[in-house]
Design a protein around this ligand. Structure first.
Ligand code: AN7
Length: 392
């Protein structure tokens, strides 16, 4: 059953209905009754990943999967973990949502899918669409999509359209053309089935370490923060966990419509038409899921934080030196965490999970420039290595 989060209107699940037919509000897939069979011991008989929790996902005729989810939860401190979503099949958390939404679409006979994207949604959607035998169209902000993501879209055979302007304008175009009339199925995070897949990130955290005190994550279009909150809330409602975490939503200085407004105690975002940040994944000025995000932040006694591009890059380098390769948007989790720790909002005793949403390989241009030491021949290489070792 789908329910409008704004006016409460309820309707039968219909893949083609992406927003409320009554008021245009965001839809959410609601599980009315607790599925009887569910328990941790049942889930744990299955492989860790999105479909481990299939009783809590939409029923689909055929699962279109690449083995998504089940990503490493890497301990980097006494009470600090990184959920490494870069380990998903296409290198970002988007795969969790795509396996579910593409499976739903396939069951309805969809042949063509479309999204606007800052890059990762495009990469993920085109991979899953190809896996399902569908054709994909992606609309991107020209010059602001990281190289690795473009390469993926091309590799998986997407038809790529670039526009002059930010992600938000690309999404306007996609929303206009998608629908049953054109047969183009919309796969941005407005699509409630995407959220259903992405909520499993929360399930996996509880499955592995229980409910933490804080979950810190980057916020762009605000689908993921909504999804993760839905995941934690459902587990508590179904009696599979006892408490809820607080959420910390992090945005970049030049693209902080939600973080800024929430900090100031406003009820609606401070939209911007010209978002700018080195973290191109979250270079978004008018996040479509803002209403769900505000609810998640309020219900979780959450906070928002704003970090500079320099803090993001510094955090990315620090994670790199811990063996964790993440793209800039993902490093904003760690940058935000460091700030919140310094400000005493998060305390050292708190158990914290940082969500690292995408892999470093996505955006090779954001990594430090490569400055190799030239050697004339193998002998020279050996000499140079010895000299460095001797320097200590
Ligand atoms: C690495 O791909 O919006 O707040 O079009 O790629 O759910 O939007 C990507 C978003 C965080 C923000 N980290 O998630 C897209 C797109 C990474 C991302 C986000 C994105 P949402």
């Amino acid at each position: 059953m789908l329910k409008c989060i704004q006016c409460g209107y309820e309707l039968e699940a219909d893949p083609w209905v992406i927003s409320c037919p009554k008021c245009g509000g965001l839809l959410s897939s609601e599980i009315k009754r607790r599925p009887l069979a569910i328990s941790w011991s049942l889930f744990r008989t299955r492989r860790l990943g999105v479909w481990r929790y299939r009783e809590l996902l939409p029923r689909v005729r055929e699962v279109v999967t690449l083995g998504e989810g089940g990503t490493p939860l890497v301990k980097i401190g006494e009470r600090l973990w990184v959920k490494f979503e870069g380990a998903n099949p296409t290198g970002s958390f988007k795969d969790r949502g795509m396996t579910v939404a593409i499976s739903v679409a396939k069951g309805s006979g969809v042949k063509n899918v479309i999204c606007a994207s800052t890059g990762n949604t495009a990469a993920s959607m085109s991979a899953y669409a190809s896996r399902a035998g569908m054709r994909s169209f992606v609309v991107l902000p020209k010059g602001n999509v990281a190289r690795g993501k473009l390469a993926q879209a091309a590799l998986h055979g997407a038809i790529i359209i670039e526009i002059d302007g930010p992600f938000d304008l690309a999404l306007d175009a996609v929303k206009e053309i998608a629908g049953p009339e054109t047969g183009l199925y919309l796969l941005n995070s407005l699509n409630p089935w995407r959220i259903e897949g992405q909520k499993t990130l929360a399930y996996e955290i509880i499955d592995e370490i229980g409910v933490p005190d804080w979950v810190v994550l980057p916020v762009g279009n605000a689908g993921n923060i909504s999804a993760i909150w839905k995941g934690f809330s459902e587990m508590k409602r179904f009696g599979l966990s006892k408490r809820l975490p607080r959420l910390a939503g992090i945005q970049a200085e030049g693209a902080s419509p939600i973080a800024k407004a929430f900090k100031e105690g406003r009820d609606v975002p401070l939209f911007t038409d010209d978002p700018e940040t080195v973290a191109t994944a979250i270079r978004i000025g008018r996040p479509v899921n803002w209403a769900k995000a505000f609810r998640a932040l309020k219900e979780s006694s959450g906070v928002t934080e704003i970090v500079s591009d320099q803090e993001i890059i510094d955090a990315q380098r620090k994670l790199g030196r811990m063996g964790l390769g993440v793209e800039p948007a993902s490093a904003s989790s760690y940058a935000g965490y460091l700030r919140l720790l310094e400000d005493g909002v998060i305390e050292r005793e708190d158990r914290v999970v940082l969500v690292a949403t995408g892999h470093a390989l996505k955006d090779p241009d954001s990594s430090p420039s490569v400055r190799p030491i030239s050697a004339l021949n193998p002998r020279d290489a050996i000499d140079k290595i010895r000299r460095i070792l001797n320097e200590g």
